[in-house]
Design a protein around this ligand. Structure first.
Ligand SMILES: *Cc1c(COP(=O)(O)O)cnc(C)c1O
Length: 486
């Protein structure tokens, strides 16, 4: 058929809809949803007919041919919709807190408990003993008091929300000071300055990028100043000719001038990193001890729970935050609060670092990483590779979390005999296990740091199972997609 005729013979939405209503796969769909999908399919068909001069459509001989083609395309579309979801990934990138991969993995028992509790009713705001209403932040407050000595605590949906809430509460038409050296971008184009500027605060940038002194703060304080924000430079370092005013010094200024000292700790940790071979890293308690009035930090970075943020500090300030109507818009849901609370409870135990996945990864001994690489090496079919070696690698804490982020790790470094490294990477990423490493010097690097023990065998099985297809795949071209539709 020629184009003109093809267009004339495209069936109506109604005809296809009637057909679908009788078919198993499609009849469970709501009519209005199905209709939209059909319209999309027909639009795409018209588009491909008019933009192509290929002979494919010319082979259609009658209306039935077009009809079957449309049904085929429709089924493809529906399959794609049904199969699309958020999927598990095996993280062989060596980046532990990977924002695109959901940051910190959550302790397995806690995830299970959360899922279980979420599928029924639960006591998020109910005091079972007294049969009365209950503040959902109370358990968080109690555990944070125990862990850090803070007076009070609340949870919001993320750390950006914490900044928003604090600024909205204390800086409406007031001046807030922040050093130019701390105006950071936190990723994905979000900047601290943009977040706090979206409130009615007058932001006063002070000092210079590399040097800010006590005096810069002091000379910018007037009767309209309410708060000083200190931001932890979590994802970059300023070195060389620098000066930064410490929390302690700022606290003295704030006490003298009756201002609030608010510190955005970013990652926030409840751990002594120096016990695990890292440089000492200030933790939440240190910042409180040094005199910050309010401190906020993400719960899905080094804390090792899900997305959220804890705001702790002096009771008189936290109470004000609780009363701000904006807090209602930022409050964390039942699964979030449960996950955060259960994770915080682990910090009471001596072996917390083994129970919190992100910490146990970061603190893994190098020998253990080597053993993991060795195990994978032993399991793999060596015939597949022209290069297969265990090599030292540099993994990272990631997530803009800490100034000492490099971690010595081990990787399995691979180059296949028969297919390009790009294609090999493509196949592993797209297969249903989604094994994601990275390419360097035309070899695939699988870093052991973030691979869970039980994933080693899964990776080995997957790679070994690729043997037949790797052997027939040509090095240069040919689609990989047909091989990865497990
Ligand atoms: C990560 C980070 C944020 C943002 O936290 P989210 O929980 O992602 O909103 C804010 N400030 C600092 C210093 C950070 O490191």
């Amino acid at each position: 058929m020629q184009k003109k005729e093809l267009f004339k013979n495209i069936p109506s939405v109604h005809e296809i809809l009637n057909f679908c209503e009788s078919k198993n796969i499609t009849k469970k769909y709501k009519k209005e949803i199905l209709k939209k999908i059909i319209i999309q399919t027909l639009d795409e068909l018209r588009e491909s007919i008019s933009s192509s001069n290929n002979s494919y459509f010319q082979n259609f001989e009658n209306k039935e041919d077009i009809f079957s083609y449309i049904i085929y395309m429709l089924n493809q579309k529906i399959n794609k919709l049904e199969n699309k979801s958020y999927e598990k990934i095996i993280n062989a990138t060596g980046i532990a807190i990977h924002t695109n991969f959901g940051r910190s993995p959550i302790n397995k028992q806690i995830s299970e408990k959360t899922v279980d509790i979420a599928s029924t009713y639960m006591s998020i705001e109910y005091d079972i003993k007294n049969s009365s209403r209950f503040d959902r932040n109370e358990p968080i407050k109690n555990i944070m008091q125990l862990l850090t000595g803070c007076e009070d605590a609340i949870v919001v949906n993320n750390n950006a929300a914490a900044l928003l809430l604090v600024f909205d509460t204390f800086c409406k038409n007031k001046n807030a000071l922040i050093s130019r050296g701390e105006l950071i971008e936190i990723g994905d184009n979000f900047r601290i300055l943009d977040i706090i500027s979206s409130t009615e605060a007058n932001i006063k940038e002070i000092g210079s990028t590399n040097r800010t002194y006590t005096n810069d703060y002091e000379k910018n304080i007037d009767e309209n100043t309410s708060l000083i924000l200190k931001v932890n430079k979590s994802n970059y370092k300023i070195t060389g000719f620098t000066n930064e005013v410490s929390t302690k010094e700022l606290s003295n200024i704030c006490k003298m001038k009756d201002l609030i000292l608010f510190e955005d700790l970013g990652s926030g940790n409840l751990t002594d990193f120096s016990k695990y071979g890292f440089n000492y890293e200030k933790n939440v308690q240190d910042i409180l001890d040094e005199g910050a009035d309010i401190v906020c930090f993400s719960t899905d970075k080094l804390i090792g729970a899900c997305q959220g943020s804890i705001i702790i500090g002096k009771s008189k300030y936290i109470q004000k935050l609780r009363k701000n109507p904006i807090f209602r818009a930022l409050r964390a849901g039942k699964t979030v609060i449960t996950t955060i609370f259960e994770t915080l409870k682990l910090y009471m135990y001596k072996d917390f670092n083994e129970q919190i996945p992100i910490l146990s990864m970061i603190f893994t001994k190098q020998e253990k990483l080597y053993e993991k690489a060795q195990k994978l090496y032993n399991l793999l079919d060596k015939n597949l590779f022209e290069y297969i070696e265990i090599e030292k690698s540099i993994a990272q804490i990631g997530g803009g979390v800490s100034s000492n982020t490099d971690i010595n790790s081990y990787s399995l470094v691979l180059k296949c005999t028969n297919i390009s490294t790009n294609k090999f990477e493509d196949i592993l990423r797209m297969c249903k296990e989604h094994i994601i490493g990275y390419i360097r010097d035309d070899k695939l690097i699988l870093d052991m740091l973030c691979i869970f023990d039980d994933e080693i065998e899964i990776i080995a099985q997957k790679i070994n199972s690729l043997k037949p297809m790797i052997e027939i795949l040509d090095k240069k071209d040919g689609p990989t997609s047909i091989f990865i539709a497990d």
